[in-house]
Ligand binder design. Structure first.
Ligand code: ADP
Ligand code: MG
Length: 393
């Protein structure tokens, strides 16, 4: 796979697939993190004298042209950041787009309207891919967060463009992941959390082949604890996954990977309840549910993490959106922030939690793609990356 620096971009029409799916409030970009994440690639292309065409999706317009999903606010914000005019082509393909591209001079930048206004995007329609490919000489993918999706602008376009490459953000994401999971400095400890075992089964199974220790928290820990025959009171349990959970506990044993589960919990009658009770697992009474790991679990997990040289974290350890259930997640966030280790954090909610805890800048790397990051944890190749590798140029 080529990287941007290995490509000759001067005077070329460069189609850069980015993830500019920013939150929009009242017609303006409410958070420009995603724009800033791809600035290194954008600036590099412009400095090299490319005629830059940006392509992105925004929200889920379901294949219809719906004005509330227009990228117009993003074009405006991008113009402000770049301190130069970024025009918005009213359609990402066809005459409108082609004319806008013709007007681009070297070092100019154009944003195409939401690619998901076309139903062919999510269906990976070759006609849409070809129409996008016609706009450019070179295709560069920097949309890590979209790389797990077999969409036309991600996997289709590279089939029809002679030269393709990876942008700086995509490269950075893959490099950090490889550093953590490919050939890590050991001990490598993974922390898995979140609401459901079902969404993380593949990832947990795969990482058991790589890690030295595994910590499991969050609501899904209840399923594992119940699978071990430990009383979890009325906590959320995925009963249909008890066998899978037992299988994972067995697999960890076979691999000799210590698997740590919480030993206590912050419990309440419901997530809305203000009255909370700290109870050891095994002694959670009927009527109470576990919504966060308790203080003894925090101490245990901290100890487990103490000698780690590499840590990968996906999934909050409690219902951190509620203040009364946020302490476990925030405590582990602050532990990671203080470690002398390579710390990689991924997952949409985990990202939010670490930002709320104020620790984001202390992590070695915060992944920008929740779904794509989980896909990598599952040991799968990213379709968007495979498409780049297959491209001839
Ligand atoms: P990510 O997006 O980082 O991959 P997930 O989507 O898998 O994380 O899980 C995040 C959700 O899990 C959060 O909304 C959080 O409230 C919820 N959660 C974690 N632990 C618990 C718990 N003990 N009870 C209820 N919800 C929980
Ligand atoms: Mg999530």
């Amino acid at each position: 796979m080529k990287t941007l620096e290995e490509m000759d971009l001067k005077g070329k029409r460069v189609l850069l697939r980015v993830d500019l799916n920013c939150p929009i409030e009242g017609g303006v970009v409410a958070d420009d993190t995603r724009i800033r994440a791809v600035l290194p690639s954008i600036n590099y292309c412009l400095e090299q004298g490319a005629r830059l065409i940006l392509c992105s999706h925004l929200g889920r317009p379901k294949g219809e042209r719906r004005p509330e999903f227009s990228l117009a606010p993003v074009a405006k914000r991008l113009s402000e950041i770049l301190k130069k005019d970024v025009a918005l082509a009213d359609d990402c393909i066809g005459q409108t787009a082609e004319e806008a591209v013709t007007k681009l001079g070297e070092g100019d930048c154009l944003l195409l309207e939401n690619v998901r206004f076309h139903p062919g995007e999510t269906k990976n329609d070759p006609e849409l891919a070809k129409a996008l490919a016609r706009l450019c000489d070179v295709f560069v993918n920097d949309a890590f967060a979209a790389c797990h999706r077999a969409h036309a602008s991600v996997v289709g376009v590279p089939e029809y463009v002679a030269e393709c490459g990876a942008g700086f953000l995509l490269k950075k994401e893959l490099d950090y992941f490889k550093k953590a999971m490919g050939d890590p400095v050991r001990p490598l400890v993974a922390i898995m959390g979140g609401a459901k075992v079902s969404s993380k089964l593949g990832a947990i199974t795969n990482i058991l082949n790589k890690v030295d220790k595994l910590i499991i928290g969050g609501a899904m820990a209840n399923t594992f604890l119940k699978a071990k025959g430990i009383n979890v009171g009325d906590s959320l349990v995925e009963d249909e996954l008890l066998d899978e959970a037992k299988g994972i506990l067995q697999l960890a044993k076979e691999k000799g990977v210590p698997l740590y589960l919480p030993v206590d919990a912050v419990c309440a009658e419901s997530m809305e309840a203000q009255d909370t009770f700290i109870r050891p697992y095994g002694e959670i009474p009927k009527g109470l549910k576990a919504f966060d790991i308790g203080p003894a679990s925090v101490t245990l997990f901290r100890e487990v993490l103490q000698d780690a040289r590499t840590v990968v974290w996906n999934g909050p350890l409690g219902a951190f959106e509620k203040r009364q259930f946020s302490r476990g997640t925030f405590a582990i966030s602050s532990t990671l922030a203080s470690l002398h280790a390579l710390t990689i954090v991924g997952g949409g909610d985990t990202d939010r939690a670490v930002h709320e805890a104020g620790d984001a800048s202390q992590m070695s790397y915060m992944s920008t793609g929740g779904g794509a990051f989980l896909h990598l944890l599952e040991g799968k190749e990213l379709p968007g990356v495979v498409a780049l590798e297959k491209c001839g140029g």
